[in-house]
Design a protein around this ligand. Structure first.
Ligand SMILES: CC(C)(COP(=O)(O)OP(=O)(O)OC[C@H]1O[C@@H](n2cnc3c(N)ncnc32)[C@H](O)[C@@H]1OP(=O)(O)O)[C@@H](O)C(=O)NCCC(=O)NCCS
Length: 333
């Protein structure tokens, strides 16, 4: 049987980051045919700024040297279990010829070969799309997932009682954090300042971009992103942040935020204590937090750490079931 003309003479390239300057320019030109930006800074990523802990590889399909389609796969370098695929694109005039399928296939094989057990992606195209041909199913909101191996991997990943440490986040946490954010955890707000909510209460809006949104915003505001993570693997059980408030004349103020998988809720007081220590090191005088009125466990954790209620913001959150108030708390440090 002969292949259709459009599948003849195709070359496939796998490009692990960091990329050489020419490969970088070529890939950015291809991405720019559709987007001016995606989830993370292309130049930083392609220069290798995130490559210490995060393996990023772009797959490119070409005909006669010309790049026509691409997909990028991400997984942790240390014991990868979760992959996230993104930046999937085919030049307009070459669509519907199976080119995206080719690059997706190769990208997924890279993840499989590295030992990943699940791959996630975020997409707005619902309900039918190219990813369904590759074993992906809709999970929640914009998130799709494909289990490579045992479908109970996620249960195992978040089994209670595993050892966990609190440390500063790094880019290798991107896939683990995407998986955590895809769990329908009881905590309503995963991160109030950036609007990340549990999929139990609102359809998921992010996948790959969860980590970059937290990382870029906390670092731009001179804060901290911390994770509760497996010490010897790439699992992320929780995360927390310190976000400095820009107010030149007042004593330094910071917003603290924290969330975990339900099975790791007993670690939340330690995570909060870590964030408050970080605030003190940054000479923050006043710590604030905003919590959904239904987040009793988080409210209790903050009260135990000396926070008191300073305001109630009516209907500040819009959840599937309707609006919910937000409680604002604060404490001097
Ligand atoms: C999505 C995209 C990469 C598909 O590329 P392609 O080379 O035409 O894909 P293939 O030929 O392998 O597969 C075609 C399938 O993609 C589906 N598709 C079209 N647009 C899509 C989209 N935005 N997202 C997902 N799937 C899409 C088609 O419906 C078709 O499905 P079918 O085979 O069941 O009919 C291409 O349409 C594109 O570059 N879109 C703009 C960028 C984009 O939206 N990327 C996805 C980000 S999640």
């Amino acid at each position: 049987m002969t292949s259709p003309d459009f599948l003849v003479d195709l070359q496939l390239d796998t490009l692990p980051y960091p990329l050489a300057v020419m490969a970088r320019d070529e890939l950015i030109c291809l991405l720019r045919t559709e987007w001016t930006a995606t989830d993370y800074n292309w130049l930083e990523a392609m220069r290798g700024d995130y490559s210490g802990q995060l393996a990023i590889t772009s797959v490119v399909v070409r005909r006669q040297g010309m790049p026509l389609a691409t997909a990028t796969i991400h997984f942790a370098r240390l014991q990868p279990e979760v992959a996230v695929i993104g930046n999937v694109l085919t030049l307009r005039q070459h669509r519907d010829q199976g080119l995206a399928s080719r690059v997706i296939e190769v990208a997924l094989k890279l993840a499989w070969d590295a030992g990943c057990k699940v791959c996630l992606l975020g997409t707005a195209r619902n309900p039918h799309n190219v990813y369904m041909h590759h074993g992906f199913a809709w999970e929640n909101g914009m998130v799709m997932r494909c289990h490579f191996k045992a479908a109970d991997f996620e249960q195992k990943c978040f089994t209670p009682g595993q050892s966990a440490v609190i440390r500063a986040a790094h880019w290798g946490d991107l896939p683990g954090l995407a998986l955590l954010a895809a769990q329908p955890v009881a905590t309503i707000c995963l991160d109030y300042p950036r609007g990340l909510l549990s999929g139990r209460y609102l359809a998921a809006q992010r996948c790959l971009s969860n980590f970059p949104v937290l990382w870029y915003d906390t670092s731009a505001r001179g804060g901290l992103l911390a994770v509760l993570a497996g010490p010897e693997n790439s699992r992320v059980f929780g995360f927390g942040s310190v976000t400095l408030t820009a107010n030149g004349t007042h004593p330094r103020t910071a917003t603290v935020e924290f969330a975990s998988h339900d099975h790791y809720a007993p670690h939340l007081p330690a995570l909060l204590a870590h964030l408050l220590n970080d605030c003190r090191e940054r000479e923050v005088r006043q710590a604030e937090a905003k919590v959904a009125a239904g987040d009793e466990a988080k409210l209790a954790c903050l009260s135990a750490a000396g926070f008191t209620v300073t305001a109630r913001l009516p209907a500040a959150l819009k959840l599937n079931n309707g609006p919910m108030d937000v409680i604002q708390l604060g404490r001097a440090l």
